[in-house]
Design a protein around this ligand. Structure first.
Ligand code: GLU
Length: 420
């Protein structure tokens, strides 16, 4: 029987390879292999039709060695403990590679927001927050948006936590509405970071941005902002997809028109988008298109042993978390495809989350120019370090990123030593 895909196995495999290169013993990395804390909660909600439905939620803290746990909350029907565990660990390494003072955590609720009313989503967010309240807080664990959640949900989380504490606690969550201490630039931050990273890698490979083709899988916050910013940089975005499928125009899509149509109505799906020269493709077909840059910006396990051989892109910029399995990594390395790993490429979101938290705990506010400049500085410098180390070790960029991140995590753990 085929073994079920478990993204946490992917994490452990990469960590082990990085540890071998760094010369670490099993004992050095033993504690990194286990999440520090896992909480599974039941979330009873009174639905709009008067019935009671109990949703399942998780909050998992992989590491707090370098600082409070940090990471998003996902509302999606496929959420499960193994996925949240992997996402939490990726946050640990992501925060370490960009050197912000956080560990890693992640949360999720098994639900399908597209089938829920706003009232039901708010009720889930509030009861979930109450259930995980003992674990979270500005010094402990700071949630943020992820797939299926947004600024509005973060606002309800902030309010619920503040109600329980009896006073306003801005710094408990990031990605909030601006009125509640959200950071200007946070909404675009992950996509902006992906754009900076794409620019950096194309630069190293001597490929001009102008006219280079890109296909983007996913039109959520990350995919749509990436599409807009790459288009503004002169990249020819030829394909974009959402849950319903993809659209393709080899001459380049009119990205502003597509994004305006998508945002005109929450129910608009790309399968219904019509324009001259645009054909409809599946999400699988999008990944195999003849483009220079492929940006998976949806879920895990999209590029795997089943399709890696068929990938035609020269460069993959991982805007999603865990889109490429370790089997696919090996196949793509053999084919000479350059992959900029998730923990580096999509770190822009958590970097600006860090800026938001810093502003919240100091009660100050920065303007958008400052946020974007500081974001660029961190993304460019992290990219340069990863690129250099990968070249020095003659290793793929993913390994370069993990070598830097794992060393920072292990160094922090060893400086703290094991308590008691
Ligand atoms: N969910 C985002 C990620 O996977 C952002 C996390 C954060 O801002 O804490 O990186």
């Amino acid at each position: 029987m085929e073994q079920k895909y478990n993204p946490y196995d992917n994490v452990l495999k990469v960590v082990k390879s990085a540890a071998d290169i760094l010369g670490y013993s099993d004992s050095d990395i033993e504690a990194v292999k286990y999440p520090e804390r896992e909480l599974k909660v039941s979330i009873p909600v009174r639905m709009d039709d008067g019935t009671t439905h109990v949703f399942t939620g998780y909050r998992i803290q992989h590491s707090t060695s370098r600082g409070p746990a940090k990471g998003g909350i996902r509302f999606h029907p496929d959420v499960n403990a193994d996925e949240v565990r992997a996402l939490a660990a990726w946050m640990t390494f992501k925060c370490a590679v960009v050197n912000i003072p956080y560990g890693g955590g992640k949360g999720g609720v098994v639900c399908d927001p597209s089938k829920l009313s706003e009232n039901e989503i708010r009720a889930i967010a509030r009861r979930y927050t109450a259930a995980i309240a003992p674990l979270i807080g500005p010094d402990q664990d700071i949630p943020a948006p992820d797939v299926g959640t947004n600024a509005a949900v973060m606002g309800w989380i902030m309010d619920t936590y503040s109600m329980l504490k009896g006073h306003c606690v801005h710094g408990v969550v990031t990605g909030k509405p601006l009125e509640l201490g959200g950071a200007v630039g946070r909404n675009d931050a992950t996509g902006r970071g992906v754009m900076f990273t794409t620019r950096n890698i194309l630069d190293k490979l001597d490929i001009p941005m102008e006219g280079t083709t890109a296909a983007i899988q996913g039109a959520g916050n990350v995919g749509s902002v990436t599409a807009r910013l790459l288009h503004e940089e002169g990249v020819k975005v030829t394909a974009l997809s959402d849950v319903s499928g993809g659209i393709y125009n080899p001459e380049g899509l009119d990205i502003p028109a597509v994004l305006a149509w998508l945002s005109a109505d929450r129910k608009h799906l790309l399968k219904d988008y019509q324009a001259e020269g645009v054909s409809h493709i599946s999400n699988e077909e999008l990944l195999e298109l003849p483009v220079t840059v492929l940006v998976p910006a949806a879920l895990e396990n999209q590029i795997n042993a089943g399709n890696a051989e068929k990938i035609q892109a020269k460069v993959i910029v991982e805007a999603a978390n865990g889109p490429t399995t370790s089997e696919a990594d090996e196949i793509l390395a053999r084919k000479g495809v350059v992959i900029v790993p998730d923990i580096l490429a999509n770190a822009g979101g958590v970097v600006v989350s860090y800026f938001e938290w810093v502003q919240n705990i100091q009660s100050v506010s920065w303007n958008e120019e400052t946020v974007n400049e500081k974001l660029k500085e961190i993304m460019d410098s992290a990219f340069a370090s990863v690129w250099e180390l990968a070249r020095e070790k003659d290793a793929p960029l993913r390994m370069g990123a993990y070598l830097i991140a794992l060393k920072r995590v292990v160094d922090a753990k060893s400086a703290r030593a094991i308590w008691p």
